[in-house]
Design a protein. Structure first.
Length: 231
């Protein structure tokens, strides 16, 4: 993780935090392994800007590294000046970067040592050989308590693990209904047919199904299904 230094301001002058005013993924929120990801960010401060901090880390929820690909990490510190500044930064994503969800964290420091809040932005790294969902719809409607989720997932070399979770959306947040973990122990599992029966809780209106599939190269593909329960 990046570390930050700050100057003490005993006389109370310039205690205002600098701000990140905009962030734009110039090349899109899907960055392909082996290519360059370009990010443009704007900053402002009431007195004088100093430095911007950029850090990339994975958001794989504890999934293991694979045989061929590794989770991508990177960090940069960019000098700033004036009360407003804009910078464009390029990250070279290696060809061996594991596909999956990542976070870009940005913060900014001014000359007085005031640090902004950290802005966290999600993005994805993609690989040509990552797991692919077939017939997994993003939304579905159900008219009875019991229902089935049915789809196929494929990979160019070998599927390793399938983790799924079912949640109910309530006024108090998400409540987990059930989860499961399917280990594929073969060395050439290039296709898997998922077919599972579920039951919606009494009175539920909205459910969410999340499935995470990892292949033997360490690539992770995440699928989500929003489920409307019809009265």
């Amino acid at each position: 993780m990046l570390t930050f230094s700050a100057c003490n301001d005993d006389d109370g002058v310039d205690a205002d935090k600098p701000r990140i005013t905009s962030v734009n993924f110039v090349t899109g929120v899907d960055a392909k392994a082996g290519e360059v990801m370009e990010v443009r960010a704007s900053f402002t401060d009431d007195e004088n800007l100093s430095e911007a901090y950029f850090e990339i880390h994975e958001n794989f929820d504890g999934h293991k590294h694979g045989k061929a690909n590794t989770k991508f990490e990177a960090s940069e510190i960019i000098s700033l000046d004036g009360t407003q500044d804009e910078k464009t930064i390029e990250f070279s994503v290696p060809t061996t970067a594991a596909a999956g969800p990542y976070h870009l964290e940005i913060s900014v420091l001014d000359k007085a040592g005031n640090r902004s809040d950290v802005k966290v932005l999600p993005f994805n790294i993609t690989q040509d050989g990552q797991p692919v969902f077939v017939n997994l719809n993003e939304t579905m409607n159900i008219s009875s308590k019991d229902f089935t989720i049915d789809f196929t997932v494929t990979d160019d070399i070998d599927l390793a693990e399938i983790i799924y979770e079912l949640y109910e959306h309530t006024s108090n947040g998400e409540i987990e209904i059930t989860d499961g973990d399917i280990d594929l122990d073969g060395s050439d599992d290039t296709s898997f047919k998922f077919n599972q029966n579920f039951s919606a809780p009494e009175g539920a209106d909205e459910l969410e199904f999340i499935v995470r599939v990892t292949d033997s190269d360490g690539n992770l593909t995440v699928g989500e299904v929003e489920i409307e329960v019809q009265p």
